[in-house]
Ligand binder design. Structure first.
Ligand code: HPA
Length: 238
């Protein structure tokens, strides 16, 4: 159900402008690329701060795509407003991540079953313990099946949503000891917002850089254009 609190401080779309499912890359240019490459009759529904949001059709199914920006505060704002004010039911983050798992190479996929964090986003819920942000199982199960059918290399498991890209303590490998597969910067806040709103979320990440195999790392341009396998999985899911 939508709310009268639209437009919001960060989204100037009208009621009903977003589809039930929103694909959410970090980068606004990637959102534009997806809309222009994969969607039919895509309409621009948001352009506040250059965070362009589009709604169009993929194989006849209405779907939206809008960037989250970088970090938990940013995806926290956009996913909150979409879930709570625009009636969005599903948000599928399609991002990039660093990997510290020996089985994962650049361009492999991670389906983030859970998202650990070194951030403080979940402190707002004032729980008497540690909240465990998890993906929606239905979305996760279908995404895994689609990856298998497409013959993609992927792993399902925990990731770290870090508040630091430049981490002075270089703590990645300590998370790896706990079986955490890789690091990005958004999913824990997305999963918490979904839980709080009673909605569904999943993060699919393409490994863009590896802590173990640094010689494989991709450039920003490759990140923008070459992650089509992940985008197609997310579009099929929608
Ligand atoms: N750290 C955090 N976020 C990321 C990384 C990383 O190494 N690579 C891609 N997103």
């Amino acid at each position: 159900m939508s709310s009268s609190r639209i437009p919001t401080p960060h989204i100037n779309a009208k009621e009903g402008d977003f589809a039930r499912t929103v694909l959410m890359p970090g980068d606004p240019l990637r959102a534009k690329f997806i809309a222009e490459t994969f969607l039919e009759n895509a309409v621009l529904v948001n352009n506040v701060r250059g965070v362009n949001g589009y709604t169009g059709y993929y194989h006849g199914k209405r779907v939206s795509v809008m960037a989250s920006g970088m970090g938990q505060p940013s995806i926290g704002i956009y996913s909150y407003e979409l879930f709570n004010f625009y009636g969005v039911e599903n948000i599928i983050r399609i991002g990039s991540c660093g990997s510290f798992d020996k089985d994962l190479h650049v361009r492999d996929l991670i389906l983030a079953q859970g998202a650990c964090t070194n951030g403080n986003y979940n402190a707002q819920y004032e729980l008497p313990g540690t909240f465990c942000p998890i993906a929606d199982f239905g979305l996760l199960r279908r995404a895994a099946a689609l990856c298998e059918d497409a013959g993609l290399r992927f792993k399902v498991g925990n990731i770290l949503s870090s508040d630091m890209f430049y981490d002075d303590a270089n703590s990645g490998m300590r998370w790896a000891k706990m079986g955490v597969l890789g690091v990005e910067m958004e999913s824990a806040a997305l999963y918490a917002n979904a839980a709080r709103a009673g909605k569904k979320a999943l993060c699919i990440c393409t490994v863009s850089d590896s802590f173990l195999y640094p010689e494989e790392n991709t450039t920003a341009e490759e990140r923008q254009n070459s992650f089509t396998a992940m985008m197609k999985i997310a579009l099929e899911l929608a």
